[in-house]
Design a protein around this ligand. Structure first.
Ligand code: HEM
Length: 371
């Protein structure tokens, strides 16, 4: 653990050890989730005005909700993402990925580079999510832009002009969501029927559209990139001696798309023998916790199935543990099974570049070509 002062002079207690990260996540009464969506760079009045112009509000709904309404809202979302509903998507998703992989293979065979982020991973999670949870009828590109703008606005170090531009983008989409929350079917209708206010319905949709698709696109991209440098793992997959599910777990451990997640100390507390005063921002370094040598024998090596591989905290833990974990795992399993063979005999033309961000990796592209 160490106290780290950020770019605006705010101190955070950064926690890396697996056991301590777990301890914090398992104790939401002491370490509340209220700050989960707070802007890392405080929003200036000009950006707040832009958001207010769109009637933007993010009340506690899911990840930032330490209150009494959380279990019920979570339950409604969890029903929509029930493991049986998720599993039912597998045949359709496999067909779609297979078709894309065939197209990408033909392109590579013709000597043309392909972008495995843009041409494979970027929109898949959104397409699946749209089948599980009715979503506003917005074009995929607009949702991706909004989601990436939100991740930047709330989790990146930014200057004021950029904050204003991002606030405009996020605010515009929030207006679309507000309309959908009032009339839309599926999840929005169920939340309304349970008596939740329009703000809560918008807040839940807002979070799902970001957390439920952007994270997984990022993970798929990072995992495929990692696998280009792991020929032994690819050979094991080909031979059937390495299980796809184990590759996904080792990927989540080593390449989690969400690097950190925050909590705030609700009372004066102690963590690993250190005093943590009430109000302290606690940054849980999930990615480091996955590489704790006390949990995995070869922390930096990609060894599917190694002891402790599945004990990563990529999905968090406790009352707020990711509700989409099953879905993310299914999507990754299908992509690993169908797309890994594409990586044989390719060279990386452009590795993913990830911008400065406290929490999200946000790779921008991943271009490969035939060797
Ligand atoms: C690889 C992909 C994903 C990763 C790494 C990930 C990770 C996380 C993490 C770290 C949290 C916070 C957990 C905590 O506070 O303990 C979270 C919460 C959440 N995630 Fe995910 N997530 C992924 C994909 C998804 C998907 C596909 C969905 C839905 C379609 C989703 C929906 C949610 C929701 C609704 C929450 C809030 C849960 C609550 O507060 O009760 N996530 N996720």
């Amino acid at each position: 653990m160490a106290t780290v002062v950020d770019h605006v002079g705010v101190g955070h207690l950064v926690v890396t050890r697996h056991s301590l990260v777990r301890q914090v996540l398992a104790d939401p009464a002491t370490f509340r989730p209220d700050n989960a969506l707070d802007a890392v760079t405080p929003l200036p009045v000009a950006a707040l005005r832009v958001l207010a112009g769109h009637r933007f509000r993010l009340p506690p709904t899911l990840a930032n909700n330490g209150g009494a309404s959380h279990p019920e809202i979570r339950g409604i979302v969890a029903d929509a993402l029930h493991p049986t509903r998720v599993a039912a998507q597998r045949p359709w998703l496999t067909g779609l990925v297979r078709e894309r992989v065939a197209r990408l293979r033909a392109t590579l065979d013709a000597g043309v580079p392909v972008d495995l982020y843009a041409d494979l991973a970027a929109d898949l999670p959104l397409l699946v999510l749209a089948r599980l949870v009715e979503l506003p009828d917005a074009p995929v590109g607009a949702v991706k832009e909004f989601a990436r703008a939100a991740l930047e606005l709330f989790w990146a170090p930014l200057d004021e002009p950029r904050q204003r531009a991002l606030a405009a983008e996020v605010g515009r989409f929030h207006t679309v969501l507000r309309g959908f929350a009032a009339t839309g079917g599926g999840l929005a209708a169920r939340l309304r029927a349970a008596g939740h206010s329009p703000d809560v319905v918008v807040g839940a949709l807002f979070f799902l559209l970001v957390a439920g698709q952007e994270t997984t696109s990022q993970f798929l991209t990072l995992l495929l990139h990692r696998l280009t440098g792991e020929p032994t793992v690819r050979a094991g997959l080909r031979a059937g001696s390495v299980a796809v599910a184990d590759v996904v777990e080792e990927g989540l451990r080593l390449e989690p798309p969400i690097v950190t997640w925050r909590r705030v100390a609700a009372v004066d507390a102690t963590l690993g023998g250190t005093a943590v005063p009430a109000g302290t921002s606690v940054v849980l370094w999930l990615a480091r916790a996955g590489r704790d040598p006390e949990v995995v024998p070869a922390p930096d090596e990609f060894r599917p199935g190694q002891r402790g591989s599945r004990r990563h905290l990529a999905f968090g833990a406790g009352a707020h543990r990711c509700v989409g974990a099953q879905l993310a795992r299914l999507e990754a399993a299908v992509v690993v099974a169908e797309a890994t063979p594409l990586l044989d005999g390719v060279r990386v033309v452009r590795p993913p570049w990830c911008p400065d961000n406290l929490t999200f990796r946000m790779p921008d592209a991943f271009v490969v070509a035939r060797r």
